[in-house]
Design a protein around this ligand. Structure first.
Ligand code: AMP
Length: 215
């Protein structure tokens, strides 16, 4: 089962992909995570991507296509994958179609996590994650069960993303509306697009997603 999670920044793609990865043994492929790792490691890709990410823009298609290309066929993804944050442009979607065709693979469903734009800034500005394992949390909506301790690995250090601030978020939303939203009709025409109400609580959204994926 190969899936794409589509949705604005803050719609819960990463959170849900992390849960579904664990529950259904799929592998989560997040270009945002890959780019942040490249920035942290100071690689050539990281150096090219850092300023654009900080400004809330989209990293060029050739960079992201390059980093995802060999991931979809890796053995860890043999049960299937969830693409989180890729594709983000029509060019990326077309490149993905080519990659899949070459490997006799296909996308089963494109799931749009639909949210009202008004709540996104609040959702995004409260986000943080475990510095050790990357598990995601939120000041209001998803606190660690034990204060100061990661639920998954018991780590005690947490980090906030540099681009999770009101100014960058506005730019990220613009990029989503202008460059990523056209993917909805692109996948709708292919009969792959399903919309899920992602304004509900995290557990409720997971429940809906699991039902949808298992069907
Ligand atoms: P995310 O973690 O998905 O919110 O991504 C964080 C940032 O990484 C985005 O705001 C973009 O600057 C960059 N990025 C991640 N995925 C892509 C992509 N598929 N295409 C272009 N830029 C991306």
């Amino acid at each position: 089962m190969n899936l794409i999670f589509l949705g604005a920044p803050g719609s819960g793609k990463g959170t849900q992909a992390e849960i579904i990865e664990r529950e259904l043994k799929l592998c989560k492929l997040s270009t945002g995570d890959m780019l942040r790792a490249a920035v942290k490691a100071g690689t050539e890709v990281g150096k090219r991507a850092e300023a654009v990410m900080q400004a809330g823009g989209l990293v060029s298609d050739d960079i992201v296509i390059g980093i995802i290309a060999d991931k979809i066929t890796q053995p860890e993804c043999k049960n299937g994958f969830i693409l989180d944050g890729f594709p983000r442009t029509i060019g990326q979607a077309e490149a993905l179609d080519e990659m899949l065709e070459k490997n006799s693979m296909k996308i089963n469903k494109v799931i749009e996590l639909a949210v009202d734009e008004k709540i996104l800034v609040e959702r995004i500005s409260g986000r943080f994650s475990c510095a050790k394992c990357g598990a995601g949390y939120h000041d209001k909506f998803k606190k660690p069960k034990r204060d100061g301790h990661c639920d998954v690995c018991d780590g005690t250090e947490f980090a906030r993303r540099k681009d999770d601030n009101a100014e960058t978020v506005t730019e990220r939303l613009k990029a989503y509306n202008n460059q990523t939203a056209p993917l909805k009709p692109y996948y709708e025409k292919k009969g792959k697009l399903v919309q899920v109400d992602a304004m509900q609580e995290i557990d409720k959204v997971t429940e809906v997603l699991e039902k949808l994926i298992k069907n």
